[in-house]
Design a protein around this ligand. Structure first.
Ligand code: ATP
Ligand code: MG
Length: 331
């Protein structure tokens, strides 16, 4: 296994604020790792250190075999970064923006033009290529941002909230683009507030809170960690709730939570659909009427809630004209 990213004990303070408290992170070559965490947990700080924009106070990190502090130029040759806030110039056209990025990557004028053209086609921006990006939709801007970060054919790509503020369709389109890059062998470290995005794209997930890694694993491992499957049951007569709990006790090795006031029960189970059939049978034998019964796997939202104590703060969906940059400043 080759590691494209390997960080050890990253610490970063901003004055009194401890942004990172000693983070370890590994990303296998060709894989996508999702970095999740509430606002202010240190996601952007981690990405900025790994992409050489910020020096850690202590700890070390290697990207593509190069030390981010000792050899930042070598790292920059290998990476692409799509920041949380758009890096493209409002007053240029899409094509001009990409050609400018090509220049920054020391491509010849001809190569920069060719690369820009190729990326505009690839990201479905060709028709809008010669329009000022002031008139682009949010989804088009994010695609242009991503295109700009791909100018240098990076082996390792950092995506800081690549789909924040996009509508579901544009988000889906962006996921397809990212999946395409990964299929070609690109390594991706992705931060996101959308747990379904991590679920869809990431082979491993790392959860940050207050500058610490508080959990990591595959999406399934994290879901199992918060308790596995459970049956949600609603009995017709609320007063039957404890009788139902007795009838179902043999199905569960964990505590069944019972609410007499609402007639709702939560039964931790293993064995999914077999368990639900057994539950229906047991309730039938005990002549307990069922108003509703469902099997529920924990979602990543449940994982996040149980780990961090709060639900994800989904960013407010803004219209492109309102500009994310002015609302929260650059970081
Ligand atoms: N340049 C800076 N100066 C001072 N404090 C900073 C700076 N950059 C980050 N911080 C602080 O460090 C902590 C971590 O910030 P960071 O931007 O890494 O969080 P994040 O997980 O990316 O949050 P978000 O989900 O809001 O993007 C926060 O408390 C933030 O206020
Ligand atoms: Mg951030």
């Amino acid at each position: 296994m080759t590691l494209a990213i390997q960080a050890r004990g990253l610490v970063k303070h901003f004055g009194e604020v401890k942004a990172l408290n000693g983070i370890d992170l590994e990303v296998e070559q060709g894989k996508v790792v999702g970095l999740l965490g509430p606002n202010g947990s240190g996601k952007t700080t981690t990405v900025r250190i790994l992409s050489t924009l910020l020096r850690p106070d202590s700890g070390s990190a290697m990207v593509g075999g190069h030390d981010v502090v000792a050899d930042p130029d070598a790292v920059r040759q290998l990476i692409g970064l799509t920041g949380q806030y758009a890096a493209v110039d409002q007053y240029l056209t899409g094509r001009e923006n990409l050609e400018l990025f090509g220049k920054l990557f020391h491509l010849s004028k001809k190569d920069a033009q060719a690369r820009a053209d190729e990326l505009l086609h690839r990201f479905d921006l060709h028709d809008a290529a010669d329009r000022g990006i002031k008139g682009y939709s949010g989804g088009m801007r994010r695609r242009l941002d991503l295109a700009a970060s791909l100018i240098g054919n990076p082996a390792v790509l950092f995506l800081d909230e690549p789909t924040t503020g996009l509508d579901p369709r544009s988000r889906q389109g962006m996921w397809e683009v990212i999946e395409g890059l990964v299929a070609e062998g690109t390594t991706v470290l992705l931060t996101t507030q959308y747990l379904e995005e991590a679920d869809q794209l990431a082979s491993r997930i790392v959860v940050l809170d207050h500058g610490n890694v508080i959990a990591e694993g595959t999406s399934n491992e994290l879901k199992t960690q918060v308790g596995g499957d459970r049956i949600e049951l609603d009995v017709v007569n609320n007063a039957d709730a404890s009788r139902a709990a007795n009838a179902l006790q043999s199905l569960s090795s964990a505590t069944i939570s019972t609410d007499e006031a609402t007639g709702k029960l939560l039964i931790p189970v293993t064995g999914g659909s077999t368990a639900i059939v057994a539950a229906v049978r047991a309730l039938d034998e005990a002549s307990i009427g069922i108003a509703d019964i469902a099997l529920r796997r924990p979602t990543l939202d449940d994982v996040f809630l149980s780990l961090t104590g709060h639900v994800t703060e989904k960013p407010v969906e803004k219209s492109p004209a309102s500009g994310r940059r002015s609302r929260r400043g650059r970081n």
